[in-house]
Design a protein. Structure first.
Length: 159
């Protein structure tokens, strides 16, 4: 139970969401509640609650259960004491968090890079359109001038 409470505090600290845990037997409460949902984590029933939706809270419990399942499949898990098992699961969850956070930062950096490129391309497009309009206007002027010159040449030839 102690490690589960630590895990909820960890999740709260890093996700800034208000999650609290009420142990069915000890009644430990960490934060105020909005939504609650009964969950089973590592074969123990808890009431998990927070400001998020019940589906989201259930998703958190499922994630923690997947982590326990992953570790239980490993041979070394059976040889570790309870404290070490929980510490390794917590480290693994923290590792997942920081990898996801790094991935988000990379995606955001790529998004910023793409936005800058889009801005530059739009600016270049506007500039090119302006240049094109100026060139088309100059072509019109030159065509008028050519027509005038041709007109003058025809008049001179006729004289």
């Amino acid at each position: 139970m102690y490690y589960l409470v630590i895990l909820c505090i960890f999740l709260y600290y890093y996700t800034r969401s208000a999650i609290y845990l009420i142990d069915q037997y000890s009644g430990v409460r960490l934060m105020n509640k909005k939504n609650t949902v009964e969950v089973i984590i590592n074969n123990k029933q808890y009431i998990l609650g927070g400001y998020e939706s019940p589906d989201y809270l259930q998703k958190i419990a499922s994630y923690i259960n997947r982590k326990y399942s992953e570790f239980k499949k490993q041979d070394i898990y059976k040889h570790l004491d309870r404290d070490m098992r929980n510490i390794l699961i917590e480290i693994n969850i923290a590792d997942d968090y920081f990898k996801a956070k790094e991935q988000i930062e990379l995606i955001q950096a790529k998004n910023d890079e793409n936005n800058t490129e889009i801005y530059n391309l739009r600016h270049e497009l506007v500039s090119t359109r302006s240049d094109l309009e100026a060139a088309e206007e100059e072509i019109k002027e030159l065509k008028k001038e050519l027509a005038n010159v041709q007109h003058k040449l025809i008049r001179l030839d006729n004289n």
